[in-house]
Design a protein around this ligand. Structure first.
Ligand code: GDD
Ligand code: MG
Length: 343
């Protein structure tokens, strides 16, 4: 089976971490985020994956290679310009070999999901559907695609980021298309699969079916959801076969040095350091970043090479690559630009 991962978005909610790389390769649980999706796809019977790239397209191949270490054949298709989610799917279709009635998996490249992909694929035949959408229930559906269904799971509507959603069931960003349905998306233009393609399919009488599931699911597109996904992976709350074995409440990677306390599923990336008396709770410390002695960090992300001075107190702060936070600085919820100095 073939899969497409759309991974060309700007990742603007994760700035400044996404200034120099796409969000899809940021370390989550100590591995590039897409590793979780690729390994899951391999375990679900997918042998070929095409990444639809645009923003920082050059950054993927050096990190993910040909996919063999994740158990898939991975190739990359770069858009001449960002074509939107639907345009990206249509654009990569030329690189696919599946027959017209075969299932094609399409994933947003920022979803960490424990749902049973094989069961979702099986629903295509079981329900004689044209498309099967993975759906989840969320407390606040306004930031998602709202997807009400009837009693048989047949999709009634698709309302992207509606201010007044009709249901708490939302699009979880994983689709099984019958391959030929992708050809209904116009080629060579910007198309949103959520705002245009799904509503058009419903209007056109196509059979779109929901696959509602309550397994672990998270979109890692914001700093706090990235921190939570990473912490959940380390603590074993989120399932992923791409995780290294972990013993304890933190993951300390090669060449990292920890003198203080790390907990809550914190990842101390390769070559990163946590000084004596520091306490780092549920954070992501990227390679070579440094937490000074006595500093207190809660749910923060430090970009590669970022330095936090002695005794700083940071709560939900994102520190960009190579930025320096002065000793004793106290902040909540701030984003510190790459290579800047604060405090
Ligand atoms: N190749 C390509 N080209 N990929 C793109 C483009 C593009 O022009 N625009 C966005 N993408 C990719 C992003 O990189 C991401 O992997 C995916 O498409 C979804 O984009 P996001 O920007 O993350 O969308 P969202 O999180 O606001 O909403 C989407 O996900 C929700 C679930 O988390 C929608 O699909 C919602 O309907 C859904 O509920
Ligand atoms: Mg997203």
């Amino acid at each position: 089976m073939e899969a497409v991962i759309v991974a060309g978005g700007l990742g603007s909610r994760l700035l400044p971490l996404t200034e120099r790389r796409p969000k899809h390769v940021l370390p989550v649980g100590g591995v590039p985020f897409l590793a979780h999706q690729l390994v899951k796809l391999a375990h679900s019977g997918v042998d070929t994956v095409v990444l639809a790239t645009s923003y920082h397209a050059e950054a993927f191949q050096p990190v993910l290679g040909d996919g063999s270490r994740y158990g898939v054949r991975l190739s990359y298709v770069r858009e001449p310009e960002p074509l939107g989610t639907g345009g990206a799917i249509r654009h990569v279709a030329t690189a696919l070999r599946s027959g017209p009635d075969e299932p094609l998996l399409v994933l947003n490249g920022d979803q960490l999901s424990g749902h049973d992909l094989v069961a979702q694929v099986d629903r295509l035949e079981q329900t004689d559907a044209d498309v099967v959408l993975h759906l989840v229930r969320v407390a606040d559906p306004r930031a998602y695609g709202c997807v009400p269904t009837d009693a048989n799971g047949v999709v009634l509507d698709f309302a992207e980021k509606s201010a007044r959603p009709a249901s708490d069931q939302v699009n979880a960003g994983c689709y099984v298309f019958r391959r030929r349905v992708v050809d209904t998306i116009p080629g060579g233009e910007v198309v949103s699969v959520e705002r245009e393609t799904f509503p058009a399919l419903l209007l056109g009488g196509y059979r779109v079916v929901g696959h509602l599931d309550d397994a672990y699911w998270r979109d890692v597109g914001t700093p706090q959801s990235l921190v939570d996904a990473s912490g959940d992976l380390v603590l074993g709350v989120a399932p992923s076969a791409a995780m290294p074995p972990i013993d304890g409440v933190a993951l300390v990677q090669d060449g990292a040095r920890v003198e203080g306390e790390v907990r809550g599923g914190t990842v101390v990336g390769p070559g990163a350091a946590v000084g004596a008396g520091a306490r780092v709770d549920r954070c992501v410390l990227m390679p070579g970043s440094i937490v000074g002695s006595g500093a207190l960090l809660d749910r923060c992300v430090l970009g590669p090479g970022a330095v936090v001075g002695t005794g700083a107190r940071l709560d939900r702060v994102v520190v960009g690559d190579d930025a320096v936070v002065a000793a004793g600085w106290t902040a909540t919820g701030q984003h510190v630009a790459c290579a800047s100095r604060v405090g």
